[in-house]
Design a protein around this ligand. Structure first.
Ligand code: ADP
Ligand code: MG
Length: 255
């Protein structure tokens, strides 16, 4: 049975179609990479999955539930630029994310020690244990992004949405983050949607790679139609026409 089900979803802003006829069925635990030209609606699709906004038409349901009307803790999200709490230390950023809704000052004694232990485990996994007491301003952009991912993970979301999460990281850090995400998946049944500009990254990490593109194009009115999923590649079983895809998504956008 599909875990995330997207049925005939359309999204328009001010009458302008962005997404049209999007259909998708995702099993629990799948890693879905999403690629496509800039501005084609990838982030919009993640916002719909997050239930941050409702589609103009169509239905998105998770685990057979009624469509969500607002984001909940089952859906974690990490953006390319995520603001962590600047006034909290790195460790307290993790503890604050974990005890969402609880004031930090209310944690004390054994609970505080347990929270610190869990936070330090998370920090170890994202490679920030050596800066646990520092403030975010003292960290590189890459380290701040790892902190943001660590925060999203503390909610143990069933769905993790990653919007170009590694776009600002240096290549070495990206490879570390790939290993980190792979390890994480091995330990938990989390379903992941990741938008990326890097096809190799999409195929390396994803079980499937979805391409968003406009199947209909009016040269006199480029905004006339929305994008949809034009390819759905099985990234785990070879024979992928990868170079065709590369040409396709690097097409000029005629903006
Ligand atoms: N809330 C909104 N109101 C109006 N237009 C929007 C809104 N969100 C996105 N758009 C427009 O929808 C299109 C797709 O945006 P987006 O989903 O951010 O694309 P991508 O993430 O693929 O680059 C863009 O043209 C953008 O300007
Ligand atoms: Mg985007």
């Amino acid at each position: 049975m599909s875990f995330v089900s997207v049925r005939d979803v359309w999204q328009s802003y001010g009458g302008r179609p962005i997404l049209e006829r999007v259909n998708l069925s995702v099993a629990e635990g799948e890693f879905i990479s999403i690629v496509g030209a800039s501005g084609c609606g990838k982030s919009t699709f993640l916002r719909l999955l997050l239930a941050e906004e409702q589609p103009t038409r169509g239905v998105i349901s998770v685990a057979g539930d009624m469509p969500a009307v607002e984001p909940d803790r089952a859906r974690g999200v990490v953006f390319q630029r995520y603001s962590v709490f600047p006034h909290l230390s790195v460790r307290d950023n993790i503890i604050a994310a974990e005890s969402f809704g609880t004031r930090l000052g209310w944690l004390w004694g054994a609970r505080l020690r347990a929270a610190r232990t869990r936070a330090d485990e998370t920090l170890g996994r994202i490679g920030l244990d050596h800066v646990a007491g520092h403030y975010p301003a003292a960290l590189s952009g890459g380290m701040q992004q790892r902190l943001a991912i660590g925060q999203a993970l503390t909610a143990r979301p069933r769905i993790l949405l990653l919007d170009e999460p590694f776009g600002a990281l240096d290549p070495g850090t990206r490879v570390q983050m790939h290993d980190f995400l792979s390890d994480l998946r091995a330990q938990s049944p989390m379903t992941i949607f990741m938008v990326t500009h890097d096809l190799a990254e999409g195929f390396k990490l994803g079980d499937r790679v979805l391409v968003f593109d406009k199947p209909r194009w009016d040269p006199h009115d480029p905004g006339a139609y929305g994008a949809t999923i034009t390819y759905d590649f099985d990234a785990r079983h070879g024979g992928i026409p990868y170079h065709h895809l590369r040409e396709k998504i690097h097409e000029p956008t005629h903006a």
